[in-house]
Each structure stands twice: as structure tokens, then as C-alpha cells.
Write a protein that binds this ligand. Structure first.
Ligand code: MYA
Ligand code: JJ1
Length: 388
């Protein structure tokens, strides 16, 4: 059934109920000198390239490949359209490796036709912090699909990760592979219902008119929480403390230090937005919320070309009720002209989704860990990790 995945050190479907298998690495590390030193072979017409994501020209090539060939919904109406600035941010976190940004070109024309990337991360599984690669942006040009290029790319990124003495990886996919750590549901909160209905992202509910729908999703003109403001550089230590403490309760979560928080959570225009609540009395940082920006191309609509979507990232409430904090974030996203606010049912998100008028989408997101067995599948609410 899975000619490639059956050969890989990942939990196999046949082992799902097996209580004798221990939690932790499936295969043990080998000496770096014994890791294959040459790249895997590609079909003869193609060659490997390391993509210098700091070069405007290469970044544009990766952007164009993804814009035209990356993830679509099940009815091919929308396609993720990660911006160039987003790609640069996603691929250059603290300690990143240039040679984990892997492209495939046509030898003759040098056209970029496939891509896969890894970035390093420390991810805690129960009480163990594991150095992993986060693998993302696996993409093969539409004209080169089903030629078994993806397994070669996955083996090549694995080889390059091994050369840095890392032996585990975390990744997400819309497809079921052996075997998910957990399966999350996408939820959507309409901010611009008229446009969402016009482009068939959503439908007019039964017994609903457009004006009733617009009224249903209307939000206050301004936020309710005193002391809510944009996160700044000076907040990095306090936000790191708040977030580390919050994430410690989940079974799987990133082990963020101040450098990670500065990179992943300090606001970057049109990439990541984050807000916090500073107590007007004590000036303590008590609450935090964030989203990242990932528009989708609307395929074949005469009136609209992009859907502006915000995705819930990391949120922490200690004093402001989570419902109020997230409602304020919806207001801020609406002010910034987002059409929809998306969230997964991870962490404590279940506690606000229904009340804040999110509805379940038709998409799911499966989370995976490579070469690390997690004995029982987790509930989405036990997961403290959001991948881009
Ligand atoms: S998820 C986003 C993936 N990208 C897209 O969905 C964009 C649109 N689709 C495409 O570009 C292609 O369809 C892709 C497959 C490239 C996805 N993850 O070459 P093939 C398996 C893992 O003939 P193609 C993301 O970026 C499939 O089950 N495996 O197929 C995270 C089959 O294997 P098997 C996948 O359609 C990526 C084989 O590939 C995925 O031309 C994490 C077929 O290959 C998928 N999303 O190309 C990657 N889709 O026979 C794993 C299909 O066994 C990282 N397949 O069923 C693992 C950790 C590595 C580092 C380890 C370090 C220690
Ligand atoms: O966005 C998604 N679905 C939308 C659009 C559906 C269009 C037809 N297929 C959706 N809309 C309904 C919204 C509605 C608003 C009012 C309340 C009720 C709900 O459901 C889905 C997620 O739901 N997205 C995708 O399918 C994109 C791919 C998801 C898998 C991603 C894999 C990522 C790889 C990561 O590395």
C-alpha cells in the first residue's frame, strides 16, 4: 500500500495496537561518517540545487513553483499562496541550514521543478526535548507528478538532516500516511462573509439571507481588553516565559527560547502578527495571541484573485478570558482586512471555536513525527505545536 513509507522508520499501521513497542526513537543514530556522503540519484534529466533563500532571484523561483503547484483544497478551488517574505521567514529561523533548502532543476533549462525544506527545531515529547527538523514545502511541479520523485526528495532531506546529527523530524500533511500522531480539524471564522460566499469558500446557511449572514459575523469596531497592544522587541523575555510555561502542559510542543520567540513571534508585516496584554496597573504581560498570514489564490473566479486568511498561531491567556482575547484578535484581523480567520482544534482552541462562530472546514491536518514512536495517538488538544 505504501511502497515508500513502509521502508521508513515511522510508526506502521500494523503496529498500531502493539503495547510491547517502546516510546521513543525507532532507529538509533549511526556515526556521521557512515551516513551516505553523496546525494541520492535523480532521474537523468534533473539535478539537485541548494536554494539560497536570501537571494531575491531564488526566492522568486521557489515562490513561483509553490504559487502554481502547492497545496489545494479537495475541490481545487483554492491554492495556498505563501508570500516571498513568508517563505524567507519560514526558512531562516535561528540555526537554520542553507543546505536543507533543496530544489530540483531540469538540467537543460535550469527550471526549478521541485522543492523540499527542513528547518531545525527543539521539540519536546512528554519530558524529552528532541532536536528535530521541521519538514515543509514539499512540492513537485504538476507536470512531474506520480513519478516517485517525492520519495527521493524525502530521502535526500533526511540524509542532509542526518549529516547535522539530527535523527527525528516533525511534519504535517493533508493526506494520511503511516501514521499520524494526531489528526486535527480546520475551523474557519468568516470575517468578510459576502466575499467568502461569492468565491464559494462558504455557503449561505439554510434559511439565511446575505444580510442576516453579514449581521451574524459582524464584530465590534474596537477591542475590549485594556492594555492590549502589539508585541515589541522589549517583550521577548516576558513572552518567552509566558509561552514556555503555557506550552509545558502539552504532550508535544516546541521548546522555544528567546531567540526562537524573537524570530517566530515578533511581528513581521504581512507574515506574523502578535499582540499581548500588559496590565495597566502592574505592567505585567499576562496574555498573548498571534496569527500568521497565508493567503490562498482563488482559482478561476472572474471577480476575485486572492483570499486573505489569518491562521491562529500561539495564544496564551492567564488573566484575560481566552474567549475575549481571541475575539479581540478577530477584531484586529478584521481591521487589517482579512477575509477569514482559520484555526486548528489544537491546544485550548476547542474552548472558543464554537462560541466565536468558527465552523468546521472540509479539511483535516495530520501531524507526523519521523523516527520517534508515540505509543498512543494524541488528542488534538494534547498537541502544543503549530507548523506553517
Ligand atoms: S505537506 C505538503 C505536500 N505538498 C503538496 O501537497 C503540494 C501538492 N502536491 C505535490 O507537490 C505532490 O503531490 C507531492 C507528492 C510532492 C506531495 N508527505 O513523487 P510521488 C508519498 C509525505 O510519485 P507525487 C509537506 O510539505 C506517497 O504516499 N509523503 O508523488 C510535508 C507515496 O509514498 P507511498 C507523501 O504526487 C512533507 C509517494 O509520496 C506526501 O508526484 C513531509 C509518491 O511519490 C506528503 N505530503 O508527489 C515529507 N504526498 O508509496 C516527509 C505523497 O509510500 C518528511 N506522499 O505511499 C519526512 C521526514 C524527513 C526528514 C527526516 C530527518 C531525520
Ligand atoms: O479551506 C478549507 N476549506 C474551505 C473551503 C472549501 C472549498 C471547497 N472544498 C472550507 N470552507 C467552509 C468554511 C465555512 C465558513 C462558515 C462556517 C462553516 C465553514 O471548508 C480547507 C480546510 O478546511 N483547506 C484545505 O483543504 C487546504 C488543504 C488542507 C491540508 C493542508 C496540508 C498542509 C501541508 C502542510 O505542510
Amino acid at each position: 500500500r505504501h511502497a515508500f513509507w513502509e521502508t521508513q522508520p515511522v510508526g506502521q499501521f500494523k503496529d498500531l495496537g502493539d503495547k510491547s513497542l517502546p516510546e521513543g526513537p525507532i532507529e538509533l543514530p549511526i556515526p556521521i561518517s557512515e551516513v551516505k556522503q553523496e546525494p541520492y540519484n535523480l532521474p537523468n534529466l534533473y539535478e539537485w540545487t541548494t536554494c539560497d533563500i536570501d537571494s531575491e532571484e531564488t526566492r522568486t523561483e521557489v515562490y513561483n513553483l509553490l504559487t502554481n503547484n502547492y497545496v489545494e483544497d479537495d475541490e481545487n478551488m483554492f491554492r495556498f499562496n505563501y508570500s516571498k517574505e513568508f517563505i524567507r521567514w519560514a526558512l531562516r529561523p535561528p540555526g537554520y541550514f542553507r543546505n536543507w533548502h533543496i530544489g530540483v532543476r531540469v538540467k537543460a533549462s535550469k527550471k526549478l521543478v521541485a522543492f523540499i525544506s527542513g528547518v531545525p527545531a527543539r521539540i519536546r515529547v512528554r519530558d524529552e526535548v528532541v532536536k528535530m527538523a521541521e519538514v515543509n514545502f514539499l512540492c513537485v511541479h504538476k507536470k512531474l507528478r506520480s513519478k516517485r520523485l517525492a520519495p527521493v526528495m524525502i530521502k535526500e532531506v533526511t540524509r542532509r538532516v542526518h549529516l547535522e546529527n539530527m535523527w527525528q523530524a516533525a511534519y504535517t500533511a493533508g493526506v494520511v500516511l503511516p501514521t499520524p500522531v494526531t489528526t486535527c480539524q480546520y475551523w474557519h471564522r468568516s470575517l468578510n462573509p459576502k466575499k467568502l460566499i461569492d468565491v464559494q469558500f462558504s455557503r449561505l446557511g439554510a434559511r439565511m439571507t446575505m444580510s442576516r449572514t453579514i449581521k451574524l459575523y459582524k464584530l465590534p469596531g474596537s477591542t475590549a481588553t485594556p492594555g492590549m497592544r502589539k508585541m515589541e522587541l522589549r517583550d521577548v523575555p516576558a513572552v518567552t516565559r509566558l509561552l514556555r510555561n503555557y506550552l509545558s502542559q502539552f504532550v508535544v510542543a516546541p521548546d522555544f527560547d528567546e531567540d526562537d520567540v524573537e524570530h517566530w513571534l515578533l511581528p513581521t508585516e504581512n507574515v506574523v502578527d502578535s499582540f499581548l496584554v500588559e496590565s495597566p496597573e502592574t505592567h505585567e504581560i499576562t496574555d498573548f495571541c498571534s496569527f500568521y498570514t497565508l493567503p490562498s489564490t482563488i482559482l478561476g473566479n472572474p471577480n476575485y484573485s486572492t483570499l486573505k486568511a489569518a491562521y491562529s498561531f500561539y495564544n496564551v491567556s492567564t488573566r484575560t478570558p481566552l474567549l475575549q482575547l481571541i475575539n479581540d484578535m478577530l477584531i484586529l484581523a478584521k481591521q487589517k482586512d482579512y477575509d477569514v480567520f482559520n484555526a486548528l482544534d489544537v491546544m485550548h482552541n476547542e474552548t472558543f471555536l464554537k462560541e466565536l462562530k468558527f465552523g468546521p472546514g472540509d479539511g483535516q491536518l495530520h501531524y507526523y513525527v519521523y523516527n520517534y514512536r508515540i505509543r498512543h495517538a494524541l488528542k488534538p488538544s494534547e498537541l502544543g505545536l503549530v507548523l506553517l
